[in-house]
Design a binder for this molecule. Structure first.
Ligand code: ADP
Length: 459
């Protein structure tokens, strides 16, 4: 646009100059000598020729050059698809061809680079680890989708802000400094609120333009939790073994110190020691059973089983124990229950375990009610008691190995019973749950899939 304006102004100047010459010549023509007149005519002819040549040059060179300049400016402004069109003729046309070719290559290079960048960003965004890039001034220059989730901030809020703003943690800032300034790779473990653990790895970025260091946040909360469970487990096993062993040791010491001489006392002490040994044996057996179920080593029969028979068998076994404590024990089974697929002995132990707990945690005169109904694609069994109930905060933990409720601490029992129930039911492809109200009683429920259902692999 500007080029053509300049061109039109130049043409106007030339035409004006030629017109001025012609006017001056016409005015002076009669008063001049022959020689002077000839020179003047020659000058006018030259001026006219110059004007015509300029006009011709303007049309073939200046105007296309102006278009070229306009197109170049448009490309520089980001319109990479812009081309010199229509193609000018002659040499300027060749120049325009070369220019268009260059613009085409530029467009292709930019497209390839942006495709590469998009691919890199997509890869970083699909990472489950949060990733951020930090520049030499400590500002975030990139943050992936996981980083947005981790810091609960949008990318726009993260990029451009100081890294310390999202992670004000001394060891991490120090690690980042070491990576940025000394080119070292660093690894730091950080505990965040809500017991979340992060492994933060800072790596220097070499040759990446303005990026200086990459920070990767790897969530290791689950690893830490498993570590803690293992530690608790070892502590629990040691504790549970130590109590009966200490008791046996003290019995043996008392016997050694003379109680052996008194037959009645000795018999009493020996029976106490035997109780402790029985407790130890029960605990070791339960524990071995639990670890065999967990590791999938325990062979599980997968036969059609009538739950009615399982329930009746367990009730019959435990009725004397319930009666001794003055508890009523009732069984109610819905008609036409489907057969379930499973292991009769193991299912019997599950039910017996639940009834045993109900007896243990229900005060004298209470009631225990068992029912079986069709449900959840199989049979749902409920064991309801009118016992002491379970505190709300204890409910999520009662199926853990070795967990004993506050009020059960002094009672006999290993804390393994419900863990075995849970694992056995789950090995059958079923599920277990509990509802309870302290002081009013508890209801334990479990469901086992019907034998007619396709076999599900245990969770
Ligand atoms: P144990 O009975 O050996 O203590 P369990 O694993 O069978 O261990 O049970 C874990 C805990 O769950 C018990 O210590 C007790 O606090 C609670 N519990 C289980 N069954 C009942 C119940 N029917 N009523 C009240 N609390 C129960």
């Amino acid at each position: 646009m500007l080029g053509s304006l300049r061109f039109r102004t130049a043409v106007a100047y030339i035409l004006l100059t030629v017109a001025a010459f012609v006017a001056l010549a016409l005015y002076l023509l009669d008063s001049l000598s022959d020689i002077t007149r000839s020179i003047l005519i020659a000058v006018i002819a030259a001026a006219a020729a110059f004007a015509i040549l300029s006009l011709a040059l303007g049309a073939t060179i200046m105007r296309p050059l102006g278009r070229l300049a306009t197109t170049a400016r448009s490309i520089a402004g980001g319109n990479l698809g812009e081309r010199v069109n229509p193609r000018p003729s002659g040499e300027v046309g060749e120049l325009a061809d070369a220019f268009n070719q260059m613009a085409q290559s530029l467009e292709e290079i930019v497209a390839a680079a942006s495709q590469e960048r998009n691919r890199l960003i997509a890869a970083l965004n699909s990472s489950i680890d949060a990733v951020a890039a930090v520049d030499a001034d400590g500002r975030i220059t990139f943050a992936n989708a996981a980083a947005e989730r981790l810091f609960v901030r949008s990318r726009d809020e993260l990029v451009g802000n100081p890294f310390v703003w999202v992670m004000p943690n001394e060891p991490v800032i120090e690690a980042l400094r070491a990576s940025r300034e000394e080119g070292r790779r660093e690894l730091v473990t950080v505990e965040r609120p809500n017991r979340q653990y992060l492994q933060v790895i800072t790596t220097p970025i070499v040759g990446g333009g303005e990026w200086a260091a990459l920070v990767v946040f790897h969530d290791i909360t689950e690893v830490k939790r498993v570590e803690q469970v293992r530690r608790d487990f070892v502590a629990n096993v040691s504790h549970e073994l130590r109590t009966p062993l200490a008791s046996i040791k003290s019995v043996l010491e008392t016997l050694q110190e003379g109680a052996l001489e008194d037959k009645t006392v000795a018999r009493d002490f020996l029976s106490r020691a035997e109780e402790e040994v029985d407790h130890l044996v029960q605990m070791v057996e339960e524990f071995l059973e639990l670890s065999r179920i967990e590791s999938g080593e325990l062979p599980l029969a997968r036969q059609p089983v009538e739950m009615t028979e399982v329930l009746a068998g367990a009730v019959e076994r435990l009725r004397p124990q319930a009666e001794r404590k003055g508890l009523s024990l009732a069984l109610e089974v819905a008609p036409n229950l489907p057969s379930v697929r499973g292991d009769v002995d193991k299912l019997m132990r599950v039910v017996a375990n639940l009834i045993h707990n109900a007896i243990k945690f229900t005060p004298v005169g209470g009631a225990i009610h068992l029912s079986a109904n069709p449900g959840e694609g199989g049979v749902t069994v409920r064991v309801r008691d009118t016992g002491i109930g379970i505190a709300r905060e204890e409910l999520p933990r009662i199926f853990e190995r070795f967990y004993k409720g506050d009020r059960a601490r002094g009672s006999a029992g290993t804390g393994l019973g419900l863990a075995i129930v849970k694992h056995t039911v789950e090995a059958h492809g079923g599920s277990v749950s509990v509802e309870s109200e302290p002081g009013r009683g508890s209801t334990f429920m479990f469901s086992i899939p019907a034998a007619s259902l396709p076999l599900k692999s245990p969770r």
